[in-house]
Design a protein around this ligand. Structure first.
Ligand SMILES: Cc1ncc(C[n+]2csc(CCOP(=O)(O)OP(=O)(O)O)c2C)c(N)n1
Ligand SMILES: [Mg+2]
Length: 184
């Protein structure tokens, strides 16, 4: 599955829910798919996407969606344990697992060599988990996640694709727009 098409699918069902995006191609593709005030782009901020989404989830009753990456999550596996400990019902983590650190030159990550992030999530006490390999499966699982309680942890296997143009992200503007979208 292509991450861009999968991102479009997430947006199709996300409504106005906040989406936190991993750095690099995930942020770029989210911006190109649909720039919206409720996108929180984490350009340069490796490993903290789901930590930020967790913080948001415990601060709002709205469902929060994290679009994380295998390489970044591997750098901060502790956040999975914290999600398992806190059990935020309104958090949905989707991991774009392309089995590589794509942005820095497609180096193979641990998930290409046996590390199973869904099993990590399960062992941390997250009971709603799935691994999906195509858009159809992703749509079914994501819609189920939106309809019920979480936390959800969805590993979506994606393939390598061409880089899209870097999105014109201004971190201060991201914060400004995103915060304002909650106060209105
Ligand atoms: C602390 C830190 N180390 C390294 C980098 C360089 N870096 C930027 S993106 C990236 C790869 C991220 O991998 P993944 O989360 O799997 O996303 P993908 O690139 O595959 O979409 C790396 C190593 C960084 N930005 N910050
Ligand atoms: Mg990756």
């Amino acid at each position: 599955m292509l991450r861009f098409e999968a991102t479009q699918l997430i947006l199709k069902h996300a409504g106005n829910r906040p989406i936190v995006a991993n750095l690099g191609p995930t942020t770029d593709e989210l911006w190109h798919a649909q720039h919206r005030d409720r996108n929180f782009y984490t350009y340069g901020n490796m490993g903290l996407c789901s930590s930020l989404a967790l913080g948001m989830a415990v601060s709002t009753s709205e469902q929060v969606i994290s679009l994380d990456g295998d390489g970044s999550l591997l750098m901060n596996l502790g956040t999975i344990a914290t999600i398992g400990r806190e059990q935020p019902k309104n958090l949905i983590v989707v991991v774009w697992d392309n089995e590589m650190w794509d942005q820095t030159g497609h180096q193979q990550s641990h998930t290409a060599l046996g590390t199973d992030l869904e099993q990590v999530a399960k062992s941390c006490g997250i009971t709603h988990t799935a691994t999906v390999i195509d858009l159809e499966e992703l749509e079914t699982v994501f819609r189920t996640a939106l309809e019920g309680d979480g936390p959800w942890f969805i590993v979506a296997k994606t393939e390598q694709s061409e880089y899209m143009p870097v999105s014109p992200i201004e971190p201060e503007m991201t914060l400004y727009r995103f915060r304002n979208s909650f106060s209105s």
